[in-house]
Design a protein around this ligand. Structure first.
Ligand code: URA
Length: 315
């Protein structure tokens, strides 16, 4: 049974006393074990008092504001200064999804609701940029350390007015040599996927989160993503597709500002700056885990359905 909130100061002190005792035999959050007073513990077990855990759960349920029933009484008066431990402090908070800046913490807004606020290179406020303007702005980029190992900047390729854009992670060895995205083994699979959807590769636009190859195909690092992300955003502003397919976690998490795992995000329509976005698995992952291709195909079929396309049907 869920106990009522304490209403008198007598009841409140009893609850606080119980909490104090509870702390004596509970493991602390950080793994430190508090000393157990065996005599007190035995006394507690025989006391017939409500179990501290159950009381805490009941208190915590009352402390969470969102699903409160209409009849819920007001929260209990704060504990006296000599006993500062409040029931709410005992409820472990889930860890933050990603490291937040102090300003973000102050704003208390979920990450996925925060739009990218930085400047877009080559973009004049209120105007649609061209891909050429953005590429010129990128120049012989030295904005991050990836510039030192690259052979070529891999900006993007395809139809500058595409209704469908694919965003990958970053160039691999083949892309670095050719300066074109998705031309290696993963690229060949992506091309097959695009064709199976009823497009030619030239019909769509393909680009990456980072434009230079990370050494040894390692993951792009946060400072590299931060340096390159404005160019990706500017590219999407230039192309203005109806749908973006985010290939893998870097594309999905960067564009959506959401650190949810790709395994959970994939297959669910999202929105990026008013554009529909479908997160799915990266083709390189599908080469390693061919059994997952079925799921990726289901995701792409949702995109086809949006465009009213049948498999293999061109135009
Ligand atoms: N993987 C990517 O994410 N992008 C490429 O261009 C090639 C492989």
């Amino acid at each position: 049974m869920v106990s009522e909130a304490p209403e008198t100061s007598q009841e409140l002190s009893e609850v606080l006393e119980d909490l104090r005792r509870h702390l004596l035999w509970q493991e602390e959050d950080g793994g430190r074990i508090l000393q157990v007073d065996a005599r007190l513990a035995a006394e507690l077990r025989g006391s017939g008092l409500p179990r501290p855990q159950a009381m805490l759960r009941a208190q915590a349920a009352k402390a969470v504001p969102a699903p409160a029933p209409a009849t819920q009484p007001p929260p209990p008066t704060p504990a006296p200064a000599a006993r500062p431990m409040a029931p709410r402090a005992m409820v472990p908070e889930p860890p933050p999804a990603r490291r937040e800046s102090p300003a973000e913490r102050l704003l208390d807004v979920p990450p996925q609701a925060r739009p990218y606020a930085g400047p877009l290179p080559g973009v004049v406020e209120g105007e649609r940029p061209t891909l050429d303007e953005i590429r010129r702005e990128l120049g012989d980029c030295r904005r991050c350390k990836l510039c030192s190992g690259r052979k070529n900047i891999v900006f993007g390729s395809g139809n500058p007015r595409a209704e469908l854009v694919f965003v990958g992670e970053g160039p691999g060895a083949d892309e670095d040599v050719q300066g074109v995205p998705f031309v290696g083994a993963a690229g060949q699979l992506l091309t097959k996927m695009i064709e199976a959807m009823g497009y030619r590769r030239d019909d769509v636009y393909i680009c990456n989160v980072v434009k230079c190859r990370p050494p040894n195909n390692r993951n792009p690092e946060p400072d590299e993503v931060t340096a390159c992300e404005p160019f990706l955003r500017a590219q999407l502003k230039a192309v203005q597709p109806k749908v973006i397919v985010a290939l893998g976690k870097f594309a999905a998490q960067t564009l959506l500002r959401d650190s949810t795992a790709i395994t959970r995000m994939r297959g669910n329509w999202r929105e990026y700056e008013g554009i529909k976005l479908m997160p799915t698995f990266h083709p390189a992952y599908l080469l390693r885990q061919p059994a997952e291709k079925k799921k990726a195909w289901e995701d792409l079929q949702q995109v086809m359905k949006f465009f009213g396309k049948q498999p293999g049907q061109r135009g």
